[in-house]
Design a protein around this ligand. Structure first.
Ligand code: ADP
Length: 276
């Protein structure tokens, strides 16, 4: 079996609100997949249904071959879930906390190894409440992977991180991915999706509006290039020719020359703003 997550026609309604309106998703084993979308798009609802924490109204859902509405113990043990904030047990040390949770899992990883992997060896005997926000997030990830999960859910993992902490965190996630862990990530940060995920899906109004490789999403790779220079701007399919012409016109260096394609953010904003 090569499919980790299979979703067809998922719908979920809260009273008058259609939170998820017919969503399809296919995630392969070993893949890092990012779900992007504005607040209220239906990301959390979708992910919580996949995790088995919410019921669905309709649709077909299989996570590691199991319907999350009929969870088994064995199935739960294969999932790692990193929630947005988990600040309980703040009086325990990092090592005590991670050892404690390791005991719940049949195939737990070695706590010391996990502490090292998340970069907390030097903080192992420090109480959780004394850690910085970024260090606490590392504890959350350690708890998410202590059970040696096949599939890891990361919900907005780096919200509130400074740029350096985010880079370090990305390295940690890349390391887990390289070991073969399937990762489903939700994020607000487009650069994060681009850095970590081979495939992304953009959700808006409870539906997937685009999915694919972040480099080509929404026609990004084939979109017109923008050539700008000190006193001009051209959008063109043949930027090289434009630059050559400009170079001739200026007899050499073109002042302030730049050639750009739409960023993932440009594409994303177009996608989420598109009318239904
Ligand atoms: P996201 O995670 O993308 O921000 P959510 O899945 O949290 O989106 O929410 C999707 C929609 O469903 C929103 O309009 C939200 O207000 C609504 N919603 C989410 N959870 C509940 C709930 N428990 N009861 C009622 N409405 C909810």
């Amino acid at each position: 079996m090569t499919t980790a997550i299979h979703v067809r026609g998922l719908t979920k309604r809260y009273g008058d609100v259609q939170a998820v309106g017919g969503l399809d998703l296919e995630i392969k084993k070993g893949e890092v997949f990012a779900i992007l979308g504005p607040n209220g798009a239906g990301k959390s609802t979708t992910v919580e249904i996949l995790e088995g924490y919410r019921t669905r109204d309709a649709g077909e859902v299989r996570v590691l071959g199991v319907d999350p509405q009929k969870p088994t113990r064995e199935w739960r043990a294969k999932l790692g879930i990193v929630l947005q904030t988990a600040n309980d047990a703040a009086e325990l040390t990092v090592r005590e906390t991670i050892r404690h949770f390791a005991a719940y899992y049949p195939m737990a990883r070695d706590p010391e190894e996990v502490i090292a992997k998340v970069g907390l060896t030097e903080k192992a005997d420090v109480r959780i409440r004394k850690l910085s926000g970024g260090q606490r997030r590392r504890v959350d990830v350690a708890l998410g992977v202590i059970g040696n999960p096949e599939l890891l859910f990361l919900d907005e993992p780096t919200t509130g991180f400074d740029p350096e902490a985010r880079r370090q965190f990305w390295d940690l996630i890349k390391g887990l991915a390289a070991e073969g862990t399937t990762i489903l990530l939700t994020t607000h940060y487009l650069d994060e999706a681009e850095a970590l995920a081979k495939r992304v899906a953009v959700i808006a109004r409870g539906r997937i509006v685009a999915a694919g490789d972040p480099a080509t999403l929404g026609g990004r790779a084939t979109a017109k290039a923008k050539v700008t220079w000190a006193d001009g701007l051209v959008e063109t399919d043949t930027p090289t020719r434009t630059v050559l012409e400009l170079s001739r016109r200026y007899d050499g260096e073109v002042p302030g020359l730049a050639v750009t394609r739409p960023t993932l953010e440009d594409i994303y904003l177009t996608l989420i703003e598109a009318p239904e």
